[in-house]
Write a protein that binds this ligand. Structure first.
Ligand code: G6P
Length: 479
C-alpha cells in the first residue's frame, strides 16, 4: 500500500503514547492501546516519526533508557516534556481539566477559572513549543493534538516558525455562548487561529468554532464553506477548518473478539449469567459520561418494568482517571453510594442488579465483555466521539448486541440511525430504551448491528487518518 504521507510525522500530545510501569525489580515500557496510537504507529515507523509529550511518570523512572527501549521496539522516537508537580497541578489538573474540559463539555457548573492555572497553561504550552522548535525540520508534518495544547501553535509563531501547523481537537467545541464565559476567550481563539489546519470531530463542533471565531475576531473573513471544510482568512493567512470523526481499527477488534482466548473468557462469563441479559457500561471515571444518570435510569427501568427483575444485570466498569481532581473524587463517592442503594433496594438472593467495578480491565476481559453483553449503555452527557460505542459494535461478532447511545456523543452522527438514541437527562426515556433493547427480537438486533458494524468497518481509524492528512497535504483543495 502506498504511504499516505511522504513527510516525517511530528506528533505532539499531552501524554506520550507509552505506558511506563514499575515492576518489582525493573521498569517496563509498552505502547499505549488507544486508537490514535494504533493508527499512527505504522506511519510513524515508516517515516521515522517523532512523538513529543509528557511521560506522566515520576522522576524516579529511568526515562532515557525506557524511551530508547521504546524506539528500538516500535521504530519511532519519543521525546519527553517533563513537567514539575506544580505544572501538573495548574496546567493539567487545573486549567486543562477543571476549566477547558467541563466548559467544552457544556458543564459550566463544573468549571473553575483561575488566573494562575491559565498562566501555567500558557507557560506549559510554550514549553511544548520550545521542544517542537528544537525537533522540527522544515517539511515535517507537524500535528498537535487536543485541548491541553491549544496555544502551542501561537507560541511557535512567536518563536518565528512559519511551518504548516495542524491541530485536532478530540473533545467537543462548545457553542459561542458558552465559550464566551471563559475569561481568556480571546487569547484562546487567537491561539487556535495560529494553526493552518484545524480538525474537529463533528460538523456541529466545526460550526461552533467558526461562529465563535467570527464573533470574537471581526477581522476574520469566512472565504468559503464546503461540505468538508470551511476556509477562513486572517490577514495573509488561510486556515482550513474541517471535521473528521475519529474511529477505531475495526479489523483489529473484530479479529481479536473472535480469538480463542476471548471466546473462552466470554463463554465463562455467560455460564455465570444463568440466562440473564448483560448490559454493559465502560467508561473512564468522568462526570461527562453520565454514569449516575445511567444508574438512575436503570433504577427507573426496574420500577417501571418488573419483567426485568432477575432477568438483566448492569455491569458498569469504571476506569480510574484524574482522581486528584476534586470533581472526579466526588463522582467516585456518588457512584459507590448509588450502586449500593439500588442494589439494596432491588437485589435478591442470587441476583445483583448493578455490578460496579472500579479498575482497569485486561484487553481479553474487555473484549469478552463486549462480546457477551446483549446491550451496551453508552450514555454520556456530552462526548467528543466515544470510542466505546464503536469498540462494542466491532466486537459484537455474534451480531446480537443492541447499542443504546446518547444523542450527545459525537458517535451519534454515524451510529444514530441504527442504535437506540437517548437523551441521558431523560430518565424515563432511557428506562424505556433499556426495556426496548431487552425485548428486541433477534432479527431486529441482527439487522441493526450488521448496519452499525458495516458503518464502522468503512469509516475506520485508518480512513480518519488519511482524510486528515490528505486535507492538510493538498493546500489547494477546499472541497
Ligand atoms: C480524553 C482526552 C485525551 C486524554 C484522555 C485520558 O480522551 O481527549 O486527551 O488523554 O481523555 O485522560 P488523561 O487526563 O488521563 O490523559
Amino acid at each position: 500500500m502506498p504511504s499516505i504521507l511522504s513527510k516525517r510525522l511530528l506528533i505532539i500530545s499531552n501524554r506520550l503514547p507509552a505506558v511506563i510501569a514499575q515492576g518489582r525489580e525493573t521498569w517496563s515500557v509498552k505502547p499505549g492501546t488507544g486508537g490514535l496510537v494504533t493508527a499512527l504507529a505504522p506511519v510513524m515507523r515508516e517515516n521515522h516519526g517523532v512523538w513529543i509529550g509528557w511521560p506522566g511518570c515520576g522522576d524516579d523512572a529511568p526515562l532515557g533508557s525506557l524511551l530508547h527501549e521504546f524506539e528500538q521496539q516500535q521504530g519511532y522516537r519519543l521525546v519527553s516534556v517533563p513537567l514539575a508537580e506544580q505544572e501538573v497541578e495548574r496546567y493539567y489538573r487545573g486549567f486543562s481539566n477543571s476549566a477547558v474540559w467541563p466548559l467544552f463539555h457544556d458543564l459550566l457548573g463544573n468549571c473553575h477559572f483561575e488566573l494562575s492555572h491559565w498562566q501555567a497553561y500558557d507557560a506549559v504550552n510554550r514549553k511544548f513549543a520550545a521542544v517542537i522548535d528544537e525537533q522540527a525540520r522544515s517539511e515535517d508534518f507537524i500535528w498537535v493534538h487536543d485541548y491541553q495544547l491549544m496555544l502551542v501553535g501561537s507560541h511557535l509563531r512567536a518563536m518565528g516558525r512559519s511551518d504548516r501547523l495542524a491541530f485536532f481537537l478530540h473533545i467537543p467545541f462548545p457553542s459561542p455562548d458558552l465559550f464566551r464565559r471563559l475569561p481568556w476567550k480571546n487569547q484562546l481563539i487567537q491561539g487556535l487561529l495560529a494553526y493552518d489546519q484545524i480538525g474537529f470531530q463533528t460538523l456541529r463542533d466545526r460550526r461552533n468554532f467558526v461562529q465563535t471565531a467570527a464573533m470574537l475576531m471581526p477581522e476574520l473573513e469566512i472565504v468559503s464553506r464546503q461540505r468538508h471544510h470551511t476556509l477562513l482568512r486572517l490577514g495573509e493567512r488561510v486556515i482550513k477548518v474541517g471535521h473528521y470523526p475519529i474511529s477505531i481499527d475495526f479489523v483489529e477488534f473484530d479479529d481479536f473478539a473472535r480469538s480463542r482466548e476471548v471466546e473462552d473468557a466470554a463463554w465463562y462469563l455467560h455460564e455465570n449469567l444463568r440466562g440473564r441479559q448483560l448490559m454493559l457500561g465502560i467508561d473512564r471515571l468522568d462526570y461527562t459520561k453520565g454514569i449516575p444518570e445511567r444508574f438512575l435510569a436503570f433504577e427507573r427501568a426496574l420500577e417501571k418494568y418488573p419483567a426485568l427483575m432477575r432477568r438483566i444485570s448492569l455491569l458498569q466498569v469504571v476506569i480510574p482517571s484524574r482522581t486528584l481532581v476534586p470533581d472526579y473524587a466526588n463522582l467516585k463517592e456518588l457512584l459507590d453510594q448509588l450502586a449500593g442503594r439500588i442494589n439494596a433496594r432491588f437485589g435478591q438472593p442470587e441476583w445483583v442488579p448493578i455490578h460496579y467495578v472500579f479498575r482497569c480491565l485486561e484487553r481479553v476481559q474487555l473484549l469478552a465483555r463486549y462480546r457477551t453483553s446483549e446491550i451496551a449503555l453508552v450514555t454520556p452527557l456530552r462526548d467528543g466521539m466515544n470510542l466505546v460505542a464503536k469498540e462494542y459494535c466491532a466486537s459484537s461478532v455474534e451480531n446480537n448486541g443492541v447499542l443504546i447511545l446518547s444523542e450527545f456523543a459525537g458517535a451519534a452522527d454515524q451510529l444514530g440511525k441504527h442504535a437506540l438514541l437517548v437523551n441521558p437527562y431523560d430518565t424515563d426515556g432511557t428506562a424505556d430504551a433499556i426495556y426496548r433493547a431487552f425485548t428486541m427480537d433477534p432479527e431486529e438486533r441482527r439487522q441493526r448491528m450488521a448496519q452499525l458494524r458495516s458503518e464502522i468497518r468503512r469509516n475506520d481509524v485508518h480512513r480518519w487518518l488519511r482524510r486528515f492528512v490528505e486535507a492538510g497535504d493538498d493546500e489547494d483543495d477546499d472541497g
